[in-house]
Ligand binder design. Structure first.
Ligand SMILES: Nc1ncnc2c1ncn2[C@@H]1O[C@H](COP(=O)(O)OP(=O)(O)OP(=O)(O)O)[C@@H](O)[C@H]1O
Ligand SMILES: [Mg+2]
Length: 613
């Protein structure tokens, strides 16, 4: 339960006004319930002549301490006096009518306050869940890329959807019960104490035992739920992978294999869910049983008290007592039920916290230095590894302003990694990258990335229009600017040929476009941003000659007058680069211009030879 209150402390404070209103309304409804029964009992007593005492009116003196001390007695007495008056003057039937009216009016107020308490709880529930989702999303945007190579995408999706829903369903709905029921129980118990404290103390002694039994069952539930949600995350991951890889799955006739893998995970999930639900269902019968045992004992003990000659409690009082006591059973049951679902919800909260509490190690420095490129970008003795293996093994490289520097080399030699270090997608373990002498880690990440335009190895597009995909990194881009960028990128023609021109939706990740078209859109995006530094990770996918010429043309125009780090697979792209670095297993093994490297007759000339085939 400590975790639960911790959770409340984290998320509920913005809504504390609603909470206060909710609590006030709960108190009101509990008091009104008590009052209805409290009044009805003595009325019935008199009507059916169970009691035959005659009452005399006692005047209340506001200035006498004595009157205040006997407030309860005086009120009760005078109330009975009025009832007796009504019965004597108008007869029993009229008195019953008064009682019935009183009950109806009382109930109107009671239910109204019950409704209002729920009414004020709703904005808290929905608000907290909204806040959690927003926080996860913000966190995902701020976490470094490295975090996501560790976590599976589907699992993250499961946390945003499934786990947050679970928190909403269990913790938040329990919140309602958790504030209502203790208040009800508290008010009713106070009533019970007023009627007979001996009986109540006796009944209370049994509560801790019942509570302990219920708690034991709840404990295991949390662990099981965690397993369940994890399995659910696995399922989501598989669906995510299936959706992404549908083309390959079909091409390799792997439907059956994928279906089987899914069924197995799904089956495990079902088994865990079975156990969770079964245990959860235990809550109801267990509390029913324990509640009845407590009542039975109270009945026996209370009855014995009355049967005793000098008992402090009357027969009518005992019936009233049992009525109230019985009314405690329901809130107590609800309370245990909510303790159970809270356990389930807390397991989900733990999973959500894995994201919320993940630390980002790529953060802004405390005293950031402004950054601009006037002279050069320098990589100095860079060593980098994703996990154990060093991927970059001591590279130094200088890119002067306005130059084009190309990285070539076999697949997996670390070219994309080199490029990723510059905008701090990853931070290197050793060495440093400086721009005009300023370490990239000493400036704001935002300012650093503002300097750069990136065209990725795989064109990354969003399910949106051409216009919005091109204008992605620029605020308030005009139509003219976007069109200009598209023209430079050789994209204008095919965009206006599409059904709605720039407002055409390009589908999920641009699936309605060809590979070359996708690349040209992402080039147009970089053109529009017009950054001083360009990072170009050329696509490996082979384009047909026509498409290749268009893309190449676009790239050439993009690279003009810019400082460019280009990763090239087609060596024709970089024939005119100022410097070509050949990478091999995390090291630069050759560097120079195209002519110099060809003359060397080493790695580069061999690469060129292979490509001319
Ligand atoms: N997110 C990652 N986690 C762990 N290892 C990675 C990750 N990304 C890349 N690697 C490893 O780092 C090495 C270099 O990868 P990199 O992407 O830099 O190669 P590359 O030269 O760009 O290759 P390609 O020409 O195929 O694009 C590879 O061995 C790869 O397995
Ligand atoms: Mg690469």
């Amino acid at each position: 339960m400590k975790d639960f209150f911790h959770l409340l402390k984290r998320f509920v404070p913005p809504y504390k006004n609603y909470l206060i209103l909710n609590i006030v309304m709960n108190f009101l409804s509990a008091l009104l319930t008590l009052a209805s029964f409290y009044v009805v009992m003595p009325m019935l007593n008199m009507l059916f002549e169970i009691e035959t005492v005659s009452y005399a009116y006692i005047p209340f003196d506001f200035f006498s301490g004595d009157s205040w001390a006997h407030l309860k007695d005086i009120l009760e007495n005078n109330f009975s006096y009025y009832i007796a008056q009504i019965i004597n003057t108008y007869g029993g039937s009229a008195a019953l009518l008064v009682m019935a009216l009183y009950l109806v009016i009382g109930t109107i107020f009671r239910t109204a306050s019950m409704y209002l308490s729920a009414y004020f709880m709703i904005p808290i529930r929905t608000g907290v869940v909204r806040d959690i989702r927003n926080r996860i999303n913000e966190k995902i945007l701020s976490l470094p890329l490295a975090f996501f190579s560790e976590e599976r995408k589907g699992d993250i999706l499961a946390r945003i959807s499934g786990d947050v829903n679970e928190i909403e369903a269990s913790v938040m709905s329990s919140l309602d019960m958790l504030f209502k029921n203790p208040i009800l129980i508290l008010v009713y118990l106070t009533g019970l104490f007023l009627i007979s404290w001996q009986l109540t103390v006796f009944a209370l002694l049994m509560l801790p035992i019942a509570g302990y039994i219920m708690g034991q069952i709840g404990k295991k539930l949390k662990k099981r739920s965690a397993e369940g949600q994890q399995q659910w995350g696995g399922l989501m991951s598989q669906i995510e992978e299936t959706l992404g890889g549908l083309r390959i799955i079909k091409a390799f006739n792997a439907e059956e294999k994928i279906a089987k893998r899914f069924q197995e995970t799904n089956e495990v999930f079902r088994k865990i869910t079975n156990r969770i639900f079964r245990r959860q269902q235990l809550a109801h019968p267990m509390s029913e049983l324990l509640g009845t045992i407590v009542i039975a004992i109270v009945l026996w003990y209370g009855g014995t008290l009355i049967l005793n000659e000098n008992s402090s409690i009357s027969g009518a009082g005992f019936i009233f007592y049992l009525t109230i006591f019985y009314m405690i059973i329901n809130p107590a049951k609800d309370l245990t039920k909510s303790v159970y679902s809270i356990q389930k919800g807390l397991a989900s909260m733990d999973r959500v916290d894995k994201i919320l509490k993940a630390e980002s190690d790529i953060i802004d420095p405390i005293h950031p230095i402004p950054i601009a490129l006037d002279k050069q970008i320098t990589y100095k003795d860079i060593r980098f590894r994703y996990k154990e293996h060093w991927v970059i093994k001591g590279i130094s490289l200088t890119i002067k302003k306005g130059q084009t520097v190309a990285l070539v080399g076999q697949s997996g030699s670390g070219k994309s990694t080199m490029a990723d270090l510059l905008p701090r997608f990853y931070d290197m373990q050793e060495g440093r990258i400086t721009i005009d002498g300023v370490d990239v880690r000493n400036t704001k990440v935002h300012d650093l990335r503002q300097l750069m335009g990136i065209v990725n190895q795989e064109a990354i597009l969003f399910n949106d229009t051409f216009f919005n995909n091109i204008a992605f990194g620029v605020k308030d881009a005009t139509t003219a600017q976007v069109e200009e960028a598209a023209r430079i990128a050789n994209a204008h023609e095919f965009i206006i040929a599409s059904e709605a021109g720039y407002d055409t939706n390009i589908g999920d990740r641009g699936c309605k476009l060809s590979g070359g078209q996708r690349q040209r859109i992402s080039i147009a995006r970089a053109v529009l941003k017009n950054p001083p530094v360009l990072i170009l990770d050329e696509a490996t996918s082979a384009l047909d000659t026509e498409s290749e010429r268009l893309v190449q043309d676009a790239l050439d125009r993009l690279m003009q007058n810019r400082t460019t780090l280009v990763i090239a697979h087609r060596l024709s792209t970089i024939r005119h680069a100022d410097l070509i670095c050949v990478m091999h297993e995390g090291e630069i093994v050759e560097r120079g211009s195209h002519e110099e490297l060809m003359a060397k007759n080493g790695y580069y000339s061999r690469l060129c030879e292979m490509q001319s085939f």
